[in-house]
Ligand binder design. Structure first.
Ligand SMILES: *[C@@H]1O[C@H](CO)[C@@H](O)[C@H](O)[C@H]1NC(C)=O
Ligand SMILES: *[C@@H]1O[C@H](CO)[C@@H](O)[C@H](O)[C@H]1NC(C)=O
Ligand SMILES: *[C@@H]1O[C@H](CO)[C@@H](O)[C@H](O)[C@H]1NC(C)=O
Ligand SMILES: *[C@@H]1O[C@H](CO)[C@@H](O)[C@H](O)[C@H]1NC(C)=O
Ligand SMILES: *[C@@H]1O[C@H](CO)[C@@H](O)[C@H](O)[C@H]1NC(C)=O
Ligand SMILES: *[C@@H]1O[C@H](CO)[C@@H](O)[C@H](O)[C@H]1NC(C)=O
Ligand SMILES: [Zn+2]
Length: 356
């Protein structure tokens, strides 16, 4: 992007030129590409070696391998190595990292959930040339993988419904299904001795979540999982993303962000029916859109919902912009997703509630 182009966009945002966000007539300062310096994220990143990966050791044979964007959890036991997730982009670097840690072979591969960006390298560990590797996943993940018929993500041999305890030599690993949230079968993975807890695409230490509230299939379940995680006794939290481990504080901070977003979006929805703020007033917006575009109910709805999300985004940014990294990048998508979930899952319909 050209520098002068950037300043044009920025100036448009600062003086609030309507229409910079498309046809709705409402603008907001999204995608400013602010530096992550000074945010909580800047503290966490671990250095990568010349081969492009980094390893953190948490004691008791527990390690994280990262390429700077994704994370794999490695637990070394006296009976073999347990690997949780194999992001395809980290690929063979995971094998190099393990090869440099121990000569013990990999014996277990666990899917945190079904998604290929975290599991697309599973076949590097679990394949027909090595039938001794036992694959484990939640039963919903198994169904998703069976339907996908993806040679990179073999169907797991062991599945479970609520919880599963893996005893491997001197290690134990507890797997728990907290309910549908980010994915249909996303699990909590807990190693009690090193006090490491992994739940992937749930908390992003120091960052706002990935877009649309981590692209969750069921937002209320994803919100609730913050509390389910905090019920465990852990020191290290691994969310599967970015180049650094998190901790208990990171989970508490994201829970606070999500609760603020929930409150701000609920407030914006309720306000939109009161006539107190023309920026989100459903009557004002509908009249403007339908005058220019008669009978286009979807255009009216889109402009209205975008405006509500925008107000929620503004309120949330006033506290979190510059604190959690990339609020400017994904914060608006979070507001939109939260507004949708509030309407559909929580019955906060504002002006679209039961009519007289
Ligand atoms: C962010 O911090 C890094 C290292 O501390 C520094 O090299 C870089 O110049 C900083 N970037 C900005 C935009 O401040
Ligand atoms: C968690 O990590 C953050 C950032 O890395 C650090 O500032 C904070 O002190 C840690 N909290 C605990 C309880 O260790
Ligand atoms: C288990 O054994 C492995 C391999 O010898 C060792 O690295 C690890 O620290 C041990 N872990 C525990 C919890 O004893
Ligand atoms: C150790 O790591 C290097 C890259 O960092 C890799 O080339 C080498 O193959 C690894 N060793 C083993 C035994 O996996
Ligand atoms: C199959 O798995 C083994 C380790 O379990 C690995 O060494 C091998 O490279 C894998 N094969 C393929 C084709 O990736
Ligand atoms: C959000 O803030 C921007 C920038 O201050 C402003 O232009 C916009 O109107 C606000 N959105 C709403 C819905 O009030
Ligand atoms: Zn995912």
């Amino acid at each position: 992007m050209k520098i002068d182009g950037f300043f044009t966009v920025l100036a448009g945002v600062l003086i609030g030129i309507p229409g910079t966000k498309g046809c709705t007539g409402f603008s907001s300062p999204h995608d400013l590409y602010l530096s992550v310096n000074g945010t909580l994220a800047a503290e966490n990143q671990i250095p990568l070696n010349a081969a492009g990966y980094g390893v953190s050791h948490f004691g008791h044979g527990a390690y994280m391998v990262t390429d700077g964007a994704y994370q794999t959890f490695v637990l070394v036991s006296t009976a073999g190595v347990i690997v949780v997730d194999a992001p395809p982009t980290t690929g063979h670097k995971i094998q190099w990292a393990i090869g440099n840690l121990t000569s013990t072979p990999v014996r277990w591969f666990i899917y945190s959930h079904s998604h290929s960006d975290h599991a697309g390298g599973a076949y590097l560990f679990a394949n027909q040339t090595n039938p001794k590797v036992t694959t484990i996943a939640h039963e919903n993940t198994a169904s998703q993988l069976a339907a996908a018929t993806d040679p990179h993500r073999p169907v797991p041999k062991i599945t479970f419904k609520d919880r599963y305890k893996l005893s491997a030599g001197n290690q134990t690993l507890e797997l728990f299904f907290p309910g549908i949230g980010h994915d249909l079968g996303n699990i909590i993975i807990y190693a009690p001795k090193p006090k490491v807890l992994m739940m992937v695409d749930q908390v992003y230490a120091g960052w706002v979540p990935f877009w649309n509230l981590a692209a969750s299939v069921y937002v209320p379940g994803w919100i609730k999982a913050h509390d389910q995680i905090l019920a465990y006794d852990f020191d290290v939290y691994l969310g599967g993303h970015m180049g650094g481990p998190g901790n208990r504080t990171a989970v508490e901070v994201q829970r606070e962000y999500v609760h603020d977003l929930f409150d701000n979006c609920a407030e914006a929805l309720i306000l939109s029916g009161t006539g107190e703020n023309p920026n989100v007033d459903i009557a004002v917006i509908s009249k403007e859109v339908l005058t220019n575009n008669p009978y286009n109910i979807w255009a009216q709805f889109a402009a209205y919902l975008d405006a509500v999300a925008d107000l929620c985004y503004n309120a949330t940014s006033s506290k979190w912009l510059g604190k959690l990294a990339a609020q400017d990048i994904f914060g608006y998508s979070h507001a939109r997703t939260m507004v949708s979930s509030l309407r559909l899952d929580y019955d906060v319909l504002g002006p679209n509630d039961v009519q007289p």
